[in-house]
Design a protein around this ligand. Structure first.
Ligand code: ADP
Ligand code: MG
Length: 258
């Protein structure tokens, strides 16, 4: 897969988002070119999850533009009343940006295979037999091919998170959005998941990665964005952000997380 050049998978321009009186995103710009990994770092409460959830329209926003493969989201209303106007567009964007959450969020009443197959079959209406084949391939790819018939509760946290990644991949999305995918895991299980994320980055998948793991961000990112109180304080290639931070705030953040 070639890097860059094409229309970005996701582009955010001047995004503003408030929860009531609380302004959480104060004019954020972000671009995720095809085949690139963009990492979002910053203190707890800086707006990382909100930004990620705005990308796939899990959250409304009050101002600014969101473009998916060059196509601007259509909005209805203004300010606090603004919301996406076109349901088909929302579905298209959401199914093309698969999210992996900190808490895995597997359905406990379904086997691992059923979890992975569910959305492609019910939302995308794909052929179940074909989906099963793809699902098994992705389970094997993340190293839990033998867990297809297990229940989520029978798996370790690291295995559950890898199942959640297989589930996201089975949607064949244009980009993967990770929200602190390793934060809920013990250090030894964390590495299983880190390995999978690195492999996905190496095969040229487009990803936005919210992480507290600075080593992971340094290893996989093409671009790193440091959010501070809803604004981009500093951004750039990982070598510069981690090797030669320009702002006092980023220097402080990095020394606190080291
Ligand atoms: P981060 O992921 O960087 O820790 P978040 O995006 O989760 O930050 O949160 C940013 C700010 O928005 C925080 O002050 C948080 O308390 C607030 N917030 C997040 N979600 C909601 C919500 N659903 N309702 C009200 N406030 C929220
Ligand atoms: Mg968060």
């Amino acid at each position: 897969m070639t890097k860059g050049g094409d229309v970005p998978v996701i582009e955010i321009r001047n995004l503003h988002k408030s929860y009531g009186q609380l302004e959480v995103l104060k004019g954020v710009d972000m671009v995720a070119p095809k085949g690139h990994v963009v990492s979002l770092i910053g203190s707890s409460g800086s707006g990382k999850s909100t930004l990620l959830r705005c990308c796939n329209l899990l959250e409304d926003s009050q101002d600014g533009e969101i473009l998916f493969e060059g196509e601007a989201v259509h909005w209805r209303g203004q300010g606090l009343g603004r919301h996406p106007a076109d349901k088909a567009q929302v579905t298209r964007i959401r199914t093309n940006l698969s999210m992996v959450f900190q808490q895995f969020n597997l359905w406990s009443h379904m086997t691992i295979l059923q979890n992975v197959m569910e959305a492609p079959v019910t939302v995308l209406k794909r052929n179940p037999a074909e989906v099963e084949k793809t699902a098994r391939e992705y389970l094997a790819k993340v190293g839990i091919g033998d867990k297809a018939d297990a229940w989520p509760a029978q798996l370790s946290g690291g295995q559950q998170q890898r199942a959640a990644i297989a589930r996201a991949l089975c949607m064949e999305p244009r980009a993967l959005l990770f929200d602190e995918p390793t934060s809920a895991l013990d250090p030894e299980l964390e590495q299983e998941v880190v390995k999978v994320i690195k492999a996905l980055a190496e095969e040229g998948r487009t990803m936005i990665l919210v992480t507290h793991d600075m080593r992971l961000a340094a290893d996989v990112s093409d671009h790193v964005v440091f959010l501070h109180k809803g604004k981009i304080e500093e951004e750039g290639p990982p070598e510069r952000l981690f090797g030669n931070p320009q702002t006092e705030r980023l220097r402080g953040f990095l020394s606190a997380t080291a």
